[in-house]
Design a protein around this ligand. Structure first.
Ligand SMILES: C[S@@+](CC[C@H](N)C(=O)[O-])C[C@H]1O[C@@H](n2cnc3c(N)ncnc32)[C@H](O)[C@@H]1O
Length: 306
């Protein structure tokens, strides 16, 4: 550790740890404090990553604050926690009181239950001043639909895969709303729920066609969306060398189609996300953001340093 840098960073870390129980009086200072905390985690986390690359697994079991765990990936589904936390921060910086986080493709509900828990933890972060998070999930219950569209990669995904008992899933949920049916139909029911602006969406439907239908959730009026909606795509690349995905098949093909028909609402990769994380991970390359250039809040200043 270099002399001079260390005390400054240490100071940041101590300030952010010490401040955690009391929110700053003005949301702007709260955002500043969260930013400083993030930077301290980044600096210390990077050092830790060099000597202890498995630190996130250990940190899961340490009594750290939730925002520290989000920054260190010390949670079972860090990709979901990141998007929800970043969306809540954006909402707070814009002075909004609530957001919605959605998962498209729920299966047995493991991801959605994580989102419920993360929503409760984020709502309790003092510096977010009680920003509320509604959670909503979508699934048809019968697993993947039959398909012979090559863009769905049916050579890998089989019809009926992920079939689940919807009632069991529903009973396992604590607070999430659950829209059952084909997303081609249910995304239009979303608007009628009258939920706060959508700030985070996890797309996990495997197929190109299902993702094209699901992306219509981003075609709702401006006031029902944050100006920048964080989108996680679970199936951008498969783990197996037998699934060869890319811009012409699967989720990425659906994103390309969205961009071709929505020039004022581009979906763009969150470039360089891995450089903003102390522990770079594959999910960093699975993040896109919807930019709503015509949203009345898109150009509103949220830089806490100005
Ligand atoms: C990989 S699983 C989701 C896993 C889940 N996100 C998790 O973390 O456990 C994919 C899910 O997408 C659902 N699905 C695929 N196409 C769909 C469609 N057109 N409408 C509704 N659900 C669909 C399937 O039923 C399946 O449960």
């Amino acid at each position: 550790m270099r002399r001079g840098v260390c005390p400054a960073v240490m100071g940041d870390l101590l300030v952010s740890l010490a401040d955690q129980n009391v929110p700053a009086l003005h949301p702007k200072y709260s955002i500043l404090r969260l930013e400083r905390h993030k930077r301290a985690c980044l600096t210390w986390g990077r050092r830790l990553a060099k000597v202890m690359p498995f630190a996130p697994w250990i940190a899961r079991y340490l009594p750290l604050s939730f925002e520290t765990k989000v920054q260190l990936d010390a949670l079972p589904r860090p990709q979901l926690a990141y998007g929800m936390f970043a969306a809540a921060m954006q909402a707070r910086a814009l002075g909004l009181e609530a957001i919605t986080a959605a998962e498209l493709g729920v299966f047995a509900g493991a991801g959605l239950r994580c989102m419920e828990r993360y929503a409760a933890r984020i709502e309790a972060i003092p510096d977010l001043h009680g920003v509320r998070i509604e959670v909503v999930g979508f699934d048809r219950g019968e697993g993947l639909p039959a398909s012979d569209d090559p863009r769905d990669a049916p050579y890998w995904f089989e019809a009926g895969l992920f079939r689940v008992d919807i009632e069991v899933v529903r009973r396992s949920l604590r607070r999430a709303r659950f829209l059952v049916g084909d997303v081609a139909d249910t995304v239009s029911d979303f608007l009628a729920l009258g939920l706060p602006p959508l700030g985070f969406v996890s797309f996990d439907l495997d197929y190109y066609r299902s993702t094209v239908d699901a992306l219509r959730i981003l075609a709702i009026p401006d006031q029902r969306l944050l100006p920048r909606v964080l989108c996680y795509f679970d199936d951008i690349f498969g783990v197996s060398d037998l699934t060869i995905l890319g811009p012409c098949v699967g989720e990425e093909a659906a994103i390309g189609e969205w961009n071709a028909s929505n020039p004022r609402r581009p979906l763009a990769p969150v470039t360089g996300l891995r450089h903003k994380r102390p522990f770079a991970a594959p999910w960093n390359d699975q993040y896109w953001a919807l930019h709503l250039w015509d949203h009345p809040l898109y150009n509103v200043g949220i830089n806490p340093l100005t």
